[in-house]
Unconditional design. Structure first.
Length: 240
């Protein structure tokens, strides 16, 4: 049976990943975002802010929607930095998680006032940890991550017999997926990190692969490998 890829990221990110994936391998894709990103917040007087900190592309998009001015910024990874640079902001980036981002900022100890723009749900209080290191940083909510149920198409996919490959990019997405009904289909999870894999709890899956690094390219490579594995194990042919 040919595997189908289930993408549960917010719509813009799922679309970008699907486009990159189908350039690499011919595979059916179902997009069913488990979260909808809504700009929700205000910016302070940015005249007093020297730089901004982004831990996701969603923060950059919300900042643009709120008409934030171009400022130097630190970003969690290369994808977020790419989004920031497209908005005209000089960007430096870490290797994909908040801990690495914090370490980068601590090592450079930038002067001035820094603003971490994030969603309502956060795992690490970056600004608080930076303040402990003597860096003038504060956090600001600029978007909400509203949970959504899986679509009927996605639910039918998980209730079927054909293999499903599901890249999961964040612990929150993993928790939302695990809160749904158990899957009858053989599911091959591709987790962006150990934390993402742990957040799935005991949600049933045939295999869970953790990406080599916490970035878009590593997730893409691991997803392609999982598609090929699922096709072999489940008795189908590898998509050409």
């Amino acid at each position: 049976m040919t595997p189908t890829v289930l993408l549960t990221r917010p719509a813009p990110d799922s679309a970008a990943f699907a486009a990159a994936l189908t350039e690499r391998i011919a595979v059916p894709v179902v997009v069913s975002p488990l979260m909808r990103i809504v700009t929700d917040g205000t910016l302070p007087n940015m005249d007093d802010v020297d730089g901004v900190i982004f831990t996701s592309r969603n923060g950059v998009r919300a900042y643009r929607e709120l008409n934030g001015p171009a400022r130097p910024c630190y970003c969690v990874g290369p994808g977020t930095a790419e989004e920031a640079r497209a908005a005209g902001m000089p960007a430096r980036f870490a290797e994909g998680d908040a801990v690495a981002l914090e370490a980068l900022i601590r090592s450079e100890a930038p002067e001035g006032r820094w603003l971490h723009l994030h969603g309502r749900h956060v795992r690490v209080d970056v600004s608080a940890r930076l303040r402990e290191a003597g860096i003038a940083a504060e956090g600001r909510v600029v978007y909400a991550q509203e949970a959504q149920p899986l679509s009927a198409e996605a639910r039918a996919l998980l209730d079927g017999e054909a293999p499903v490959v599901a890249p999961v990019f964040s612990p929150r997405s993993a928790k939302l997926l695990a809160q749904g009904e158990k899957s009858a289909a053989p599911v091959y999870i591709v987790a962006m990190s150990d934390a993402v894999a742990s957040a799935l709890g005991d949600w049933p899956r045939t295999k869970c692969t953790i990406a080599g690094q916490m970035d878009f390219r590593s997730m893409l490579e691991a997803t392609v490998e999982s598609i090929e594995l699922a096709a072999r194990v489940e008795g189908g042919r590898t998509p050409k």
